[in-house]
Design a protein around this ligand. Structure first.
Ligand code: GDP
Length: 297
């Protein structure tokens, strides 16, 4: 599971200071050095770590000692709060329209878990948010992707709209919107094509669908296992499509977790969901504070 070694190292860094009634400057500097090393070792972006440590230091030096906490505990709280800030502070729900059909477009590189996430999210919408979602198969490059979405749709009892691989993705999206109106769906989730690498053709296809659909959310799936590369991928997609949310997948895998801590603060795109396994229910709405608790163990 991501963050295991980071949690362990941070725990050690804090151990030396939490019992102390007084903190010397040396205690503080040692602890900050350890936190800095822990974050770098977890593969967090260098600039993000630098700013993070500077903010913690500034706050720790500037804060009056609270009566309920000893100075060591207070510094730990400052680190905790700064990690929450790094992760975006607030939960970021789906941008549901007040009236009319809410549209959500899933984008991402192939293999990141986009199709799985589309179904997992449709399942949350249906079961927990009382929505009536329609899934749309706009990944017309790979017949297997359409079949995969249909199988997932069946398993959660959500209809999948597809016109097969002969029809262009944009036309499928257009017809799907007509169908959704006719059938009284209030939410449409589009699964789009991914590639192994970002290329112009992919971005053009996504831009065309975006221009037609005007999505209320464009959710980019990024794979936690890809480490710092998450940041580059997310930045490229965001530049071209103005992504409104991230879905961090494969958090159950054995990653160091650094990319996750960097991606929100560099792109400023909120994380909306996290994928925690292959099963349909292995998806959580992202809570920055709960994630920070997990990181700090
Ligand atoms: P796509 O090409 O981006 O649409 O990716 P898929 O949805 O087909 O997923 C690729 C693989 O990753 C599949 O084997 C999924 O079961 C797996 N997968 C997706 N999300 C997760 C996750 O959160 N955790 C784990 N362990 N596997 C996942």
């Amino acid at each position: 599971m991501a963050f295991e070694s980071l949690s362990e190292r941070l725990g050690k860094a804090f151990k030396n200071i939490t019992g102390k009634g007084k903190l010397s400057e040396k205690n503080m500097n040692d602890m900050l050095r350890e936190v800095r090393m822990s974050l770098l070792e977890a593969d967090v972006n260098y600039g993000v770590v630098k700013d993070f440590i500077a903010r913690v230091k500034e706050k720790a030096l500037g804060t009056e000692v609270m009566t309920s906490l000893n100075p060591g505990q207070m510094v730990v709280k400052i680190v905790h709060d700064e990690i929450v800030a790094l992760l975006g502070n607030e939960e970021a729900p789906i941008n549901y329209k007040k009236t009319g059909i809410t549209t959500v477009m899933m984008v991402g590189l192939q293999g990141t878990g986009k199709t799985t996430a589309a179904a997992k999210i449709a399942n949350v919408m249906k079961k927990k948010q009382s929505r009536k979602p329609l899934l749309v198969a706009c990944d017309v490059i790979r017949p297997a992707a359409i079949e995969q979405l249909k199988t997932l749709g069946e398993s959660i009892d959500v209809e999948v709209f597809s016109l097969g691989v002969e029809t262009k993705a944009l036309e499928t999206a257009q017809k799907a919107m007509d169908y959704a109106k006719e059938q009284g769906y209030d939410t449409v989730v589009f699964d789009t094509a991914g590639r192994l690498h970002i290329d112009e053709e992919l971005m053009q296809e996504l831009s065309d669908i975006k221009a037609f659909v005007h999505p209320d959310d464009i959710l980019l799936t990024v794979d936690a296992m890809t480490g710092q590369d998450i940041v580059n991928v997310a930045s490229s997609f965001h530049e071209q499509l103005s992504v409104t949310g991230l879905v961090l997948t494969k958090l159950d895998g054995d990653s160091r977790g650094g990319g996750i801590l960097s991606v929100r603060s560099i792109t400023q795109v909120p994380v909306k969901f996290v994928g925690l396994g292959e099963k349909i229910e292995d998806l959580d709405v992202f809570h920055p504070d709960r994630m920070a608790d997990r990181i700090l163990g």
